[in-house]
Design a protein around this ligand. Structure first.
Ligand SMILES: *Cc1c(COP(=O)(O)O)cnc(C)c1O
Length: 400
């Protein structure tokens, strides 16, 4: 193979260059390094990986070995995390949506910490996981995030007080408060606003005699390698976000008085930039559009139904490794299926692609380590789910 690697010889690029079939590659060394950096930036925060962002055994095992706990959404995720070596004591049921049966199953598995946001859910937890600890999720606006989560989840501050007091009255331990400021949150202000709200609720609860032991600042930490839907680099103010969170922790501890532990549930931040897809060009075409003007389309072997679903709000960086010095032209990039939603940009914004790209040429899709495996369909239109491969990591038995 005559793959020329452009300007990058990281393990991820080396693995992409070595792949001659489509696959998704995870760089475990990159994930470990990112985890260590997050711990250095936020030394007071315990990390519980939101595993839906990358439910891959080797990735879970790698993060667990580094000391991460797990934010799981239900018993099936819990069982997978336990198989990957996670300790049940550093795992919580982070989903506010759960059936009686799932609560009982989680309790049987040994999980003792449950997220909640409603009186009905608290009653169910009291019945099916007696004595458990519950933390209440406060709703956020979702402003500033690529994907807000404020409507489906969380309750207003006054209701959180009712929810936690009803937990106490039904024999549960009201243990904490949580927020999620929205996924790929692009502003530090979102965390400041959430911290102010948390401070108000903590103060009210304390006055009324309920003392919590932790705050869960949720997910939302951004990845750095995405392009926005128009193809411009998204440049999240990560340093500022960390600084606001560090200040917020000091402030909340002051407001609270007693001991207060902090958790976060990063998902995409830990994995997005350390995974990439080796895809290939299906065909570069040129044909008149509705307006009669010629338009180019680049169809790739991978799209929304192979897991690149987040192209509903962003674009991924593409690399054309066999065309380092090509003449570039503008084309709309789309996936291989017969569904018109299967495009690489919500507005069909054109991307620069090599003019002489041929069917079969490799195309690398960067920063898609988060959510790609979990959003993959079961072979929509007969296009098989991508196999995966791991490279690097301190445990060298991870490649398969
Ligand atoms: C999905 C999810 C996360 C992770 O969100 P990211 O934006 O990927 O960091 C964290 N916590 C909960 C409860 C979630 O549902």
């Amino acid at each position: 193979m005559t793959t020329a690697i452009p300007h990058d010889t990281t393990p991820l690029f080396t693995a992409l260059a070595a792949a001659d079939e489509d696959r998704i590659v995870f760089d475990l060394t990159g994930i470990e390094t990112g985890y260590e950096r997050l711990r250095r930036e936020l030394p007071d925060v315990s990390v519980r990986f939101a595993m839906k962002a990358c439910p891959v055994d080797e990735v879970l095992a790698c993060l667990v070995r580094k000391g991460a706990g797990i934010d799981a959404a239900g018993p099936r995720e819990m069982r997978q995390a336990l198989r990957a070596g996670a300790a049940v004591g550093s795992m919580h049921y982070g989903n506010t949506v759960k059936s009686d049966r799932n609560i009982a199953e989680a309790h049987r598995l040994g999980v003792r910490d449950f997220a909640t946001d409603s009186l009905e859910d608290v009653a169910a937890i009291a019945r099916h996981a007696p004595g458990a600890r519950v933390f209440c999720r406060i709703a956020t606006s979702g402003e500033g995030a690529l994907w807000g989560l404020g409507r489906k989840f969380g309750c207003p501050p006054a209701h959180a007080v009712r929810v936690l007091e009803s937990a106490r009255d039904s024999g549960l331990t009201p243990s904490g408060l949580s927020v999620h400021v929205g996924s790929q949150q692009m502003t530090a202000d979102a965390w400041s606003a959430a911290i102010d709200t948390l401070a108000d609720v903590l103060t009210t609860l304390r006055r009324r005699g309920t003392h919590l032991d932790h705050i869960n600042l949720g997910g939302g930490l951004p990845a750095l390698g995405y392009l926005d839907k128009h193809g411009r680099p998204l440049d999240p103010p990560l340093e500022k976000i960390f600084a606001v969170i560090r200040d917020g922790i000091r402030y909340l501890r002051r407001v609270h008085g007693g001991r207060l532990a902090f958790l976060m549930e990063p998902g995409r931040h830990l994995v997005a930039d350390h995974g990439a897809v080796r895809a290939h060009a299906v065909r570069l075409t040129r044909r008149p559009g509705h307006d009669g003007e010629d338009r180019r389309w680049l169809y790739l072997s991978c799209g929304r139904f192979n897991g690149l679903y987040e192209t509903d709000a962003l674009q991924y960086r593409l690399v054309f490794p066999t065309h380092p010095h090509a003449r570039y032209v503008s084309a709309t990039v789309a996936g291989p299926t017969c569904d018109s939603d299967d495009a690489h940009s919500p507005d069909h914004a054109p991307v620069r692609v090599p003019e002489n790209l041929a069917s079969g040429d490799p195309v690398w899709v960067l920063s898609c380590g988060a959510y790609t495996t979990s959003y993959t369909t079961r072979g929509f239109n007969g296009f098989a789910p991508l196999p995966y491969e791991c490279t690097g990591g301190t445990d060298s038995e991870t490649a398969r």
